[in-house]
Design a protein around this ligand. Structure first.
Ligand SMILES: *Cc1c(COP(=O)(O)O)cnc(C)c1O
Length: 502
């Protein structure tokens, strides 16, 4: 037993000055104006010090510079607000400029300025979507963003549901969880439950399955065709085989926009076949979902409205700062396996009184109002302009493919579908080991020189297996920019092939 001793002595003096030196983030405060001004200035100073679109140098040099500039983090006495400027400078100096055409490596888009600015508002307010009393407007805005995304994929927004997530990885995990625990199945982590996905599905599918208790061998790889799309006949055969062996098909995962080729699985066929075998269908549209904005490309995703759940990622096509994922389900009751009771979040009487929240659909509890920047972007830009931006990236990819096909010493892996282009530099002695070595080193060369960041991938079915990749997500890049990047690659390739380095 403890006793509550009441001290009647003189109170300890207040610690010196802390509240005044470091004011809280509060809308309308002069301090925030000053600090944000400092950040913007330091970002531009840092970019200038970098002196190019990407930081030049070898990893050890860069790491050393950053550590030196950073200094120790656990200081007994802090250094004061000046740190904001110096550390922002370091961050920017060692960053890549996503808006520069020299960046075309990964599925990370340059965010729109308006969206980044909107995101600052969410950060300043620290709007938390866990419960109504922490951000009523944020929660309503999330509801409306989800309804808009349901409409975009063709779901009935009155019957469907969804939640804003940190990205495709979280959306895929929750999508697989809802499929695994849907009514009629054998329940959590049952040894008979299996997931079907093509070999080109994103790695987060296999890892989510593992987290959800599916042994690796219960994630059945479905064969793909020459264009990297899931082969419906192979899916049918796999499902039939599974049924014969007494397995329960928890989920078939279709990918619309694979990470390398942007390949789009035939969703309509996959849904028909999966339904016939009692499997749920999750569509990973993290990359290709953006095609829904485009009048030209939307038909690639025909049938997506029949899927049980869909992952979208607006920090790819969508030009949002990270994170801006969305998970949608065709039916709202699909989220039942996520249900929980916590009186400080979802007391029944509060919910009846209109204290809405979507925490019963989210893996996370405390959650930023990422829906806000999405809402601002959708309304400011409009779907037509977003579609034109997607189309522009697609056009750039087609241009790059044509250029590659016409350039001696470059070889195209296959025609682009969305906005990625996979190709390689062809050395004079074109044997797989030589080609792999040259492509590996040319990519690192142009990165170390601070010229450009190009992607790299490995194609398991091919020899040579190392390929380069342009991921074109910059809606303001021009065809001349694409030509420039290809020229940089060709020159670096010829230097590497000359054998005069390393
Ligand atoms: C990017 C991507 C993911 C992962 O999404 P994150 O937002 O990075 O978590 C999953 N699937 C596909 C097809 C992707 O392109």
């Amino acid at each position: 037993m403890t006793t509550n001793a009441i001290s009647l002595g003189t109170p300890e003096p207040e610690p010196r000055g802390t509240t005044h030196d470091f004011p809280l983030s509060s809308p309308g405060s002069d301090d925030l104006h000053t600090l944000i001004g400092t950040v913007l200035q330091a970002l531009s100073d840092g970019a200038q010090q970098r002196g190019g679109p990407v930081p030049a140098g070898e990893p050890v040099e860069l790491a050393g510079d950053v550590r030196d500039a950073l200094g120790p983090l656990l200081l007994r006495e802090g250094r004061g607000v000046g740190v904001l400027a110096s550390l922002t400078e370091i961050l920017a100096r060692g960053a890549v400029d996503l808006a520069d055409p020299a960046w075309s490596a990964h599925l990370l888009s340059p965010p729109l300025a308006i969206s980044a600015a909107a995101d600052v508002a969410a950060a300043i307010l620290n709007a938390d979507l866990t419960s109504w009393d922490q951000s009523p407007a944020g929660i309503i805005i999330e509801s409306e963003v989800v309804r808009a995304m349901c409409t975009l994929v063709g779901y009935d927004p009155d019957a469907a549901a969804g939640v804003v997530t940190s990205g495709g990885t979280e959306s895929n995990l929750v999508g697989l969880f809802l499929a695994r625990d849907r009514p009629g199945g054998p329940g959590p982590a049952h040894g008979r439950s299996v997931v079907y996905a093509s070999r080109s599905a994103h790695f987060s599918i296999r890892r989510s399955a593992r987290l959800l208790g599916f042994p690796d061998e219960n994630v059945i790889p479905v064969e793909t065709n020459a264009r990297d799309q899931m082969d419906p006949d192979a899916l049918r055969a796999a499902l039939e085989g599974g049924t014969r062996e007494g397995r329960w098909p928890a989920c078939v995962v279709a990918t619309t926009g694979t990470t390398d080729f942007g390949a789009i699985d035939p969703v309509e066929d996959i849904i028909t076949i999966s339904r016939a075998h009692g499997a749920a269908v999750h569509v990973d549209a993290a990359y290709g979902g953006g095609a829904l904005f485009s009048g030209k490309l939307a038909s690639l995703l025909t049938g997506i409205d029949g899927a049980d759940s869909v992952s979208l990622d607006l920090h790819k096509f969508g030009w949002q700062p990270i994170g801006a994922g969305v998970l949608l389900t065709r039916r709202a009751d699909a989220f039942a396996p996520m249900a929980f009771e916590a009186p400080y979040v979802n007391a029944a009487d509060d919910l009846r009184a209109g204290h809405l929240n979507h925490t019963d659909r989210s893996l996370r509890t405390t959650r930023r109002a990422d829906a806000f920047k999405i809402a601002v972007t959708l309304q400011a830009v409009g779907t037509e302009r977003l579609g034109e931006m997607v189309d522009h990236c697609h056009m750039l990819a087609r241009h790059a493919a044509r250029r590659i096909a016409l350039t001696p010493y470059l070889a195209l892996a296959c025609d682009p579908v969305l906005s990625t282009v996979v190709f390689r530099y062809v050395p004079r002695a074109d044997v797989p080991a030589r080609s792999d070595a040259v492509n590996v080193s040319l990519r690192r060369r142009i990165l170390a020189e601070g010229k450009a960041v190009v992607g790299r991938t490995e194609l398991r079915t091919r020899k040579p297996s190392v390929w380069l990749k342009l991921t074109l997500l910059n809606p303001f890049m021009t065809v001349e920019d694409v030509d420039w990047v290809l020229d940089v690659i060709t020159s670096a390739g010829s230097l590497e092939d000359g054998g005069d380095t390393s």
